[in-house]
Design a protein around this ligand. Structure first.
Ligand SMILES: O=C(O)CCC(=O)C(=O)O
Length: 470
């Protein structure tokens, strides 16, 4: 029996057993059904791990033009496993199965969640266009396999190829960091006058592709050398060969999404060239994003916009706005207890995969291989400005940012910070200074347009500030 057929059977079997378990009241029978269900789920987890391996082999075979057999296997297995994610998610949540098929084979430098185990990001084949469209509309992340989006560059845009073909004089944006963790920042945002010693963080420089390439080759043999991560827009001067490859991206599909899904226009493509271990810390963007993997593998941990309070983002007017203020490798739970509640999702992108990364979703990104190349497609934010009620988790993030902005405009950035800090301390209203109360009242007036309950407003304000304005 093919693995796809086995997976089909297992999914159906697990669904039936789950329904049976829900209906069964006998303790003895429940134990039997539960054991069967655990076995079916364990087999599904194994098959999902097989799929990862099959896809890796497929990428390899694609380069060697011997893919027909594997491709059939992958397509069949992928289709059969399409029904598995909700089933597995529920099983993980109920403790009926233990994740994670991915984590087992990861390099040591990868982040491992000490709290909630990551759930797999669903995988959808481009051979199922209706399913793809439905998932894009739903605004939830998924990995698209077999996509034609960047076919002309998959497996081809290696660092060496980029070095050979990128314009000789074109300058690329490169971040340099003393270690593999790239803490990005933008000094122009520092309206809050936060103490932020620039030299302790990444440095941005402009290099030709050739100089960047030479630098990374040196770093390969010297682990103590600073790390360089290229993140540059695809603009003029990239060279005729790259322009030819780029012109063959599936622009018709990429552009059609703006009209079909009401997204803004495609705004930019950023190429990322990194080495094993390079990490982009958890942050969110305000744009919709398709992240296409071209060479090497990239791992992403995602969190829903609803987990915003659990990741304690830097204040809006901090140079690290939109990033978590936590160092995920050593979170002090006494100070940041909500982090333990954040539920990560996990994806490992292989060359050819495209991740749909919806706006406001948190992402922590790890390069798994030395020649790791991706390109993203950012669409400008076309968010509805009138808040729809009840407020969605994405709109709630936008609302938090608006309230922070409006408070800063009203009271000045530093004063607004001080008010938020007092609020975070949980002082009773009567103990707050008169002008603190008047600034807070301004926020309350704004929030009454969205929430009807004063209690909800007070809770919302505390959640906005706790752990972020010390
Ligand atoms: O690949 C990376 O390191 C970061 C990618 C990213 O954050 C993005 O495309 O929004």
């Amino acid at each position: 029996m093919e693995r796809g057929e086995i997976a089909d059977l297992r999914v159906r079997e697990a669904e039936d057993l789950k329904a049976l378990l829900g209906a069964c009241t006998s303790v003895r029978l429940r134990a039997v059904i539960e054991a069967e269900l655990r076995a079916a789920l364990a087999s599904l987890i194994e098959l999902a791990a097989d799929l990862t391996e099959v896809r890796r082999l497929l990428a390899e075979a694609r380069r060697q033009n011997s893919r027909a057999l594997l491709e059939r296997d992958a397509v069949r297995l992928e289709a059969a496993l399409a029904g598995a994610p909700p089933l597995l998610a529920a099983a993980f949540a109920e403790g009926l199965a233990t994740p994670t098929p991915i984590a087992a084979g990861l390099p040591d430098f990868c982040w491992r969640s000490p709290h909630k185990q990551p759930l797999p990001v669903p995988i959808v084949s481009a051979g199922e266009p209706a399913e793809v469209m439905q998932r894009l509309k739903a605004g939830e992340p998924f990995v698209l396999t077999g996509s034609r989006l960047c076919m002309s560059a998959v497996g081809k845009w290696t660092p060496a190829y980029l070095c050979a073909h990128f314009g000789e004089t074109a300058l690329c944006t490169v971040f340099e960091s003393a270690d593999a963790n790239f803490r990005y920042w933008d000094g122009r945002k520092n309206r809050g006058n936060y103490h932020f010693p620039d030299e302790a963080h990444t440095r941005k420089e402009l290099l030709t592709m050739r100089d960047f390439y030479a630098k990374t080759r040196r770093a390969l043999t010297n682990p103590a050398a600073p790390r360089a991560y290229l993140q540059t827009g695809l603009v003029e001067g990239v060279g005729a060969q790259l322009v030819r490859d780029f012109a063959r991206f599936d622009w018709a599909w990429a552009k059609s999404l703006s009209a079909t899904l009401g997204w803004g226009a495609l705004s930019s493509n950023v190429v990322f060239v990194g080495m094993a271990g390079h990490t982009t810390p958890a942050h969110f963007d305000e744009q919709q994003n398709l992240l296409a993997q071209l060479c090497g593998r990239k791992r992403l941990l995602l969190w829903r916009p609803a987990d915003w309070p659990c990741l304690y983002p830097f204040p809006l007017f901090h140079p690290c706005d939109r990033q978590t203020s936590l160092d995920l490798r050593a979170v002090d739970l006494a100070k940041f207890p909500k982090f333990a509640d954040a539920q990560p999702l996990e994806a490992v992108l292989q060359p050819g995969d495209v991740l749909f990364l919806p706006q406001y979703w948190w992402h922590h990104v790890e390069n798994l291989d030395d020649d790791c190349v991706s390109v993203n497609f950012w669409y400008v934010d076309n968010a509805q400005r009138d808040v729809q009620l009840p407020i969605s988790e994405k709109a709630n993030v936008a609302l938090r940012r608006n309230v922070e902005r409006m408070m800063a405009e009203k009271a000045g950035t530093e004063r607004a910070h001080a008010v938020f800090a007092e609020l975070a301390l949980g002082k009773p209203e009567a103990e707050l200074a008169e002008d603190t109360r008047s600034v807070l009242d301004y926020a309350r007036v704004l929030l009454r347009n969205v929430f009807t309950s004063e209690e909800v407003i007070e809770r919302w304000l505390v959640e906005l500030t706790v752990g972020r304005f010390t």
